[in-house]
Structures are given as structure tokens and as C-alpha cells.
Design a protein around this ligand. Structure first.
Ligand SMILES: N=c1c2ncn([C@@H]3O[C@H](COP(=O)(O)OP(=O)(O)OP(=O)(O)O)[C@@H](O)[C@H]3O)c2ncn1[C@@H]1O[C@H](COP(=O)(O)O)[C@@H](O)[C@H]1O
Length: 106
């Protein structure tokens, strides 16, 4: 897949030194952990509502907001997306899904 998460993580890291008046992310950092968590809660709820409405474009939009704010949380906590990707990879390997998918495509 693309390196979008990695490039976004670099921007989020740089925003730690940005002026809150000129950056949405810097403003969120300045407000602190609770404000970031509140946004994640809001975006999760909006994702649920979009899914209940059965609106594909809205689901994509809201999940993008949710992923974005989850990335802000990771950056705030000194973590990068590679940690989450590694965890998903680990589970993928553990469940043998990769092997099953490979066998299924034969
Ligand atoms: N991907 C995003 C992104 N996704 C969502 N958002 C912001 O997240 C907020 C979503 O919240 P809501 O849906 O509740 O909309 P809202 O009511 O306007 O938000 P609030 O005022 O309530 O916070 C909006 O203000 C969006 O602008 C984002 N803001 C920034 N980015 C990326 O982050 C980078 C750095 O952004 P700045 O820090 O602003 O330079 C940018 O280059 C973009 O690539």
C-alpha cells in the first residue's frame, strides 16, 4: 500500500513545533490529550451514524477523520503508525490469514 500514513506522521511530528494559530494539529496538541480523545469519540460516533445511514462516501469521509485523529493521538503519545501496522501484521501472521488468502486465490 502507499506511504500516506508515514508522510502524514512526518507532518504531525513537524506540527509539534508549529504555531497553534496557523495549524489545526498544533492547536489540538496545545489543547491537550482530552481534546484529542474528544475528537476521536466524535469521529467514531459520526462513523457509526454514516454506516447506519448506509452512505458509502460519508463512511469513507468519517473513517478518514477517525484515522486522522487516531494518528494525532499516536503522535501526541510519541508513537508512529508503523507500531500499529506491525501489530496488525503480527495478528495477520498469527491467524494464518495470509496463508488462507493465498490458498483461496489458487
Ligand atoms: N488530514 C487532515 C484532517 N482531517 C480532518 N481534519 C480536520 O479535522 C476537523 C474535523 O472535525 P469535524 O468533522 O468535527 O469538523 P469541525 O466541526 O470543522 O471541527 P472542530 O472545529 O469541531 O474541531 C476539521 O477541522 C478538519 O479540518 C484535518 N486536518 C488536517 N489534516 C492533515 O493534517 C495536515 C496538517 O494540518 P494543519 O495542522 O492544519 O496544517 C494537513 O496537511 C492535512 O494533511
Amino acid at each position: 500500500m502507499s506511504d500516506t500514513l508515514e508522510r502524514l506522521a512526518e507532518v504531525l511530528e513537524a506540527r509539534k513545533r508549529a504555531d497553534p494559530d496557523s495549524s489545526y494539529v498544533a492547536k489540538l496538541y496545545a489543547k491537550g490529550l482530552d481534546a484529542i480523545l474528544k475528537k476521536i469519540g466524535e469521529e467514531a460516533t459520526e462513523t457509526v451514524m454514516a454506516a447506519k445511514d448506509g452512505a458509502p462516501d460519508k463512511i469513507v469521509y468519517e473513517v478518514a477523520d477517525l484515522w486522522f485523529h487516531s494518528m494525532v493521538l499516536l503522535a501526541h503519545q510519541g508513537l508512529g503508525p508503523e507500531r500499529v501496522l506491525a501489530e496488525l501484521e503480527r495478528r495477520f501472521g498469527l491467524s494464518g490469514l495470509e496463508e488462507k488468502a493465498r490458498r483461496g486465490s489458487q
